[in-house]
Ligand binder design. Structure first.
Ligand code: ADP
Length: 314
């Protein structure tokens, strides 16, 4: 038979129906409950009371079991929906840079541009888009490892100042390429911290890259580091961009959450802040956000001082 035929969604084929659970559990439960109540009403001996009570208790247990099963089914469905959403978001994020890489490679291959500056421009785009794919893949790998509980950190004692400088050095090419203004204010006496430097530099870089990406036209970013009263360090990244409405402020730390999907194509996955928060917490710290729509955002990473220093202070 020719012609188009739509295929039912995969998740629907394997889905457990909540209706099935209700039919399987609710009808027998109601029948048993009715028996129990009737025995209790028309009881003739102590034995009837015991049987009646037992039947009612069995019904309560069955009802609770059904409720727990339904909650589990609901959680499974939500997870399946998230997975579908995730695959479509990630595919989209892969497709955009791949399309432009293919287009520019083809342009060069066919010799459509001869001007050396245009050739340089094409190569530059290819290189940036490749970097974007690389970041995306490492984010996904990190997230996969975290979800599987296979993400390990290699802690060492490091001056907080050195950590911040590593992040700033890695961010410098972005500042130059985008003509951003970066104002850095580091307090004199920053503590030592116990960190996996690569992981923490990545978390700080994520805040800096977001400040650039969502930081509006003037691209003014400020990085501030202070010693806290408890001996730890507060590293803040501030921008003067679009800001984040109160109702989204908690959610931006959730995996795959993005405030505005029109940001797609700006190269995000909605995983950066979720990973940053996860690793900061794993270091015994926390991450805070202060933001006002239209005025900008400040993300602050709070890290405790190295354990040795804390012991000395105690
Ligand atoms: P993404 O890869 O989408 O940037 P993140 O987890 O880093 O993922 O950020 C999640 C969402 O939080 C972003 O899509 C954006 O909507 C919002 N966001 C993050 N940083 C900022 C910022 N500095 N200003 C405004 N919105 C931001």
């Amino acid at each position: 038979m020719s012609g188009k035929r739509s295929v039912p969604p995969l998740s629907k084929l394997t889905r457990t129906s909540p209706l099935g659970v209700w039919v399987l559990v609710a009808i027998p439960t109601l029948l048993v409950l009715t028996c129990g109540i009737l025995i209790l009403i028309f009881r003739q001996s102590v034995f009837d009371v015991v049987i009646g009570l037992l039947l009612v208790l069995i019904c309560i247990a069955l009802g609770a079991g059904a409720a727990i099963t339904l909650l589990g089914i609901h959680a499974d469905r939500r997870l399946a929906e998230l997975q579908i959403e995730f695959v479509s978001k990630v595919s989209h994020e892969f497709k955009t840079p791949l399309t432009s890489i293919r287009m520019f490679v083809e342009t060069l291959r066919l010799g459509r541009v001869q001007d050396p500056s245009r050739i340089e421009y094409c190569l530059d785009v290819i290189s940036k888009e490749t970097d974007r794919l690389n970041t995306l893949i490492s984010r996904l790998l990190s997230w996969g490892a975290m979800e599987a509980g296979a993400f390990h950190m290699d802690l060492e004692q490091k001056p907080a100042k050195e950590l911040i400088e590593l992040a700033l050095r890695a961010f410098e090419p972005q500042v130059i390429a985008n003509g951003a203004k970066l104002d850095v204010q580091l307090a004199e006496q920053l503590p030592m911290v116990d960190v996996d430097a690569a992981v923490m530099v990545d978390a700080i870089l994520n805040l800096l890259n977001n400040a650039l990406r969502y930081g509006g036209e003037d691209k003014q970013i400020r990085l501030d580091a202070q010693r806290r009263d408890d001996g730890g360090v507060a590293i803040s990244v501030q921008d003067r961009g679009v800001g984040i409405d109160q109702k989204h402020q908690r959610r931006v730390f959730e995996r795959f959450y993005r405030v505005d999907d029109s940001y797609h194509g700006k190269g995000g996955t909605g995983l950066g802040l979720a990973i940053a928060r996860h690793v900061v917490i794993a270091h015994g710290g926390s991450i805070e956000l202060k933001s006002e729509p239209g005025a900008g955002s400040t993300f602050t990473i709070l890290l405790p001082a190295a354990a040795e220093l804390r012991e000395e202070a105690a």
